[in-house]
Design a protein around this ligand. Sequence first.
Ligand code: F6R
Length: 614
Amino acid sequence: MCGIVGYVGEKSALDILLEGLTNLEYRGYDSAGIAVNVKGKVELYKAEGKLQNLKNITNENREHISQSVIGIGHIRWATHGAPTTANAHPHSCNCGRVAIVHNGIIENYKELRVKLEKQGCVFRSQTDTETVAHLVASKYAETNDLTEAVRLATKEIEGAYALAVIHQDVKNTIVATRRNAPLLVGIGENEYYVASDVPAIIKYTKKAMYLDDNQIVTLTPSSMKLIDTDNNELSQKYEELPWEPVALSKMGYKHFMLKEIHEQPDVVRNVLAGKLRAIDENIILKEVKLDKDTLKNLNRIQIVACGTSLHAAMVGKYLIEDLCDIAVDVEPSSEYIYRKTVGDKNTLVIGVSQSGETADTITAIRQAKARGSHILIVTNRPDSTMAREADSLIPVSAGIEVSVAATKSYIAQVISFYLLAIHIAEIKESANKSELETIKRELILLPQKLEKVLSHKEEIQLCAKKFANSKDFIFIARGINFPTALEGALKLKEISYINATGYTAGELKHGPIAMLDESMPVLSILMKGKVYDKILSNSEEAKARNARMIALTDSDDSKLNELFEVVIRLPEINETLSPVLAIVPLQLLAYYIAEFLGKDVDQPRNLAKSVTVE
Ligand code: F6R
C-alpha cells in the first residue's frame, strides 16, 4: 500500500513522477503528491483524492515545475490520518528543506513525535511519516550529510518503511532506504529512479537493483552508493526487468479487470508451458526443491495466504489431500502469525501471494522458516520479497495484474496447485496414474473451454442487469467449488459493494436460510460430480423460501430451467478441474454489476492491490 517514486538525472522530473504514480495507482488512491527542486528550492505539490487532482494542480504550474531535474512522488493508501491534503506525502520539516515520501508504518511515531515536539518541531499532519521528515532534518543539522542523516534516523525508527528523501541543500541527490517494504532502483544513462514497484519505471529502464532490508542508497545523476546501516559500503547487483511497458495498457478494453479476465485462457497456457509437456510425462517443476525423501517425511502442509490467494489455496488443499495423502491446513496469514502454530522441518509451508509483498504472508513465512520448515512460494512476482526468501518457488506467470480485484492471478495460482499436486503425487506415487492423466488431459483442454465461456459473456451481462439492484447475494457450492463460492462473493463485494457471502450449500440450513426471501438472490454452483445432487436439493430448499435462484452449471438438464430464474451454462468439465471454469462467469457477473452501477471497477474504494501493512 502506498507507492513511492523518485527521479534524479538530466530530464525534467515532472512527467516521470506523474507517469510513475499513474502506474502505481493500484497501491492506493487516497491522495498524491510530489516534491521537486526548482532553482534551488524544494517545493511540494499535493492533492487529496485521485491522482488526477494532483495532475490538475501540477498542470497549472507545469512550466515552472518542469524545470526540476529531481523529484520524489507518492500515492497514498491512508493508515495514520485521514486522506486529506495535509496528510498527503511528501512531508517536510520546520524549515521546509527536507521532503520525504514513505510506504509502510512507523510504529514508534508517537514517542518520536513527543520528543521532536519538545525540540521545537511543529507538526502539520497526523501522519506517522512526518516524524521521519523532522528526524532527518534534525540529524542533517548535526551532520551536514544527508546519507548520514537518513542512516542515523533509521536507527531510531521502528516499523516498516520504504523511504525516499531529498534536501534543498544537497543538490541533485536522493537518499532511499527500506525495511520490510519493497523498493528498487532503476538505472539509466546519467539518471536513476527509485520506485516501490516495476510499473513505475519500466517505460524508462529495464536495468534495476532491488534493495534489501536495511540498505541505504544515495543517488545522483552520475553516481550510486550503497551502504548498510552500519555504514559499510556494499556491492551492487543489477537485474534485467522481465517486463514490457505494453503490459500496462488496457488494449482497447474499458477496464483492466475486463482485459485481465479475457487474458485467462492464455494465462493457463503460459502456466502450463514447459511444465506439462505431455499426458504421459511427469510434471516438471524445476523451482520446487522437494525430493522423494523430503516428501515422504512430510507430516503436514500449511498454506498461508490472504483474500483471493487464500481461496486459491483452499482449492490447493482439496487437490493435495485428494492426490497426495498429506494433511493440509489453510489459514489466513493474519491469523497464523498471532497464535502458536505447530510445525517443524517436516512441515511444508506454502505462501500464496499475487504480489509477493503482502505483509501478513511475509511475516507468516518468516515465522515458519525460523521454525525450520521448508518454504514454498506461489507468486506472480518472482522478483518479490517472498520469492527472494523462498526455499522453493512456483512463479505463476499471469503477467502484470493492474486491476485491484484479482482475476487472472487467481486462475494462475489455482493451475499452479494442480501442477504441484500432480508433481507431488507423481513423486510419492500416491495417486492412480490414469487419474493423473485424466487431470492432465483436462488441463490441456482448459484454455479452449475458457475461451468458450468468455464468448458467451452477453448472457452474464443480462443476468448482471437483472440482479444489479440486489442489496445482498448468496453463493452456494460444495466440495472443491466451495472456494469458488467464496471467491465469487469476494469479487462482487469488492467492486460493487453489494453484501455477498459464500456458503457451503450444506450449511445453509444451519442459519443463513433464515435470511432468504423474494429479495435474496442465491447463486448455486452446480457442477456435475459427487455433490451435484446434494447442491440441487439445497437449491430446492432455498427456492422453497422464495429466494431468486441462479444456477451456474455444466449440466444440460432442461429441468433446471424450472427451478432457476437464470441458468448460466458452462462447457462440460471434470469435477476436479471445474473451479477454473466456474470462477470466470462469477468474475464477469461482478464486473458487469459494478459497471452497471457505475462503480470504479479497477480502483474500488478503500482497497489497494499490494497490502504491505499488517
Ligand atoms: C481480491 C484481492 C485481495 C488479495 C489479497 C492478497 O481481489 O486482490 O484479496 O488477494 O490482498 O494479496 P496477494 O495475493 O498479493 O498476497
